[in-house]
Design a protein around this ligand. Structure first.
Ligand code: PEP
Length: 232
């Protein structure tokens, strides 16, 4: 399966950040490359990134196509702005905005309805892992958040590894990806996310059932993101 390396810029980036695309250069044929900038940059980034074979995505969407939802953005609007993917259920949204599995599924379904590829994020907290509940938590999130069909991507992101500079062991990543694979099918890409950087990308991306990476901090610098793409 062709790996997908996806950058999540989170709430970072102004117009000047679009220069990072030029610095990245063309995506290699062997892997798909995606950047999810803040919504304010999608329309400007999409054509610039497309010239390099790099896709653009949103970081969230509302379940409805339009309506009285001040401050929200629909999947159709992301598509209209040039997005091809949308991240849903990122742990920062689940925590900061109290997003439930049912809401995440509704957002993923909205992404599919609009012709986007949803990237559905799941992952356990540190306490849940210490209590031996990681698989039960991730299993519940998959059960509650995944849309029907197979036009989506799953990102396994242990909450305690995001932005923390530490990752699970390779054995733990492989075990969770095998667990997720058993609950999906061979056509679904399963990304690993959580402190992926140039120094650990190669060994993580070489694990079975790791079909790419969702990269936060290291996607903000073209040199680091390029090194991760090269590792794929
Ligand atoms: C993320 O926010 O999805 C993420 C994986 O962040 P980081 O790579 O910075 O841990």
């Amino acid at each position: 399966m062709k790996p997908l390396i996806a950058g999540n810029w989170k709430m970072n980036g102004l117009k000047a950040s679009l220069n990072e695309i030029e610095a990245l250069g063309p995506a290699p044929a062997a892997c798909d490359v995606l950047i999810c900038p803040p919504a304010t940059l999608i329309a400007a980034m999409a054509p610039a990134a497309a010239r390099f074979g790099i896709a653009t995505g949103g970081q969230d969407c509302h379940p409805d196509p339009s309506g009285a939802h001040t401050g929200d953005i629909s999947a159709e609007m992301l598509k209209d702005a040039g997005a091809r993917f949308v991240i849903v259920g990122h742990s920062e949204r689940r925590a900061d905005h109290g997003e439930s599995d049912a809401l995440v599924r509704a957002k993923a379904e909205a992404g599919l309805r609009a012709g986007l590829v949803p990237i559905v994020c799941v992952g356990e907290t540190e306490i849940q892992r210490e209590r031996g509940e990681a698989e039960a938590v991730v299993g519940g999130q998959l059960e509650g958040s995944l849309p029907k069909g197979d036009g989506f991507v799953i990102a396994y992101e242990p909450v305690w590894a995001i932005g923390a500079g530490r990752t699970p062991t390779l054995d733990d990543i492989a075990a969770m990806h095998a667990f997720i694979r058993k609950r999906t099918n061979e056509r679904i890409r399963i990304l690993y996310g959580g402190s992926v950087k140039p120094s650990n990308a190669k060994e993580i991306l070489a694990l079975p059932d790791v079909n790419g990476a969702l990269v936060g901090g290291a996607s903000l610098k073209a040199a680091d993101f390029s090194a991760i793409i090269a590792a794929a």
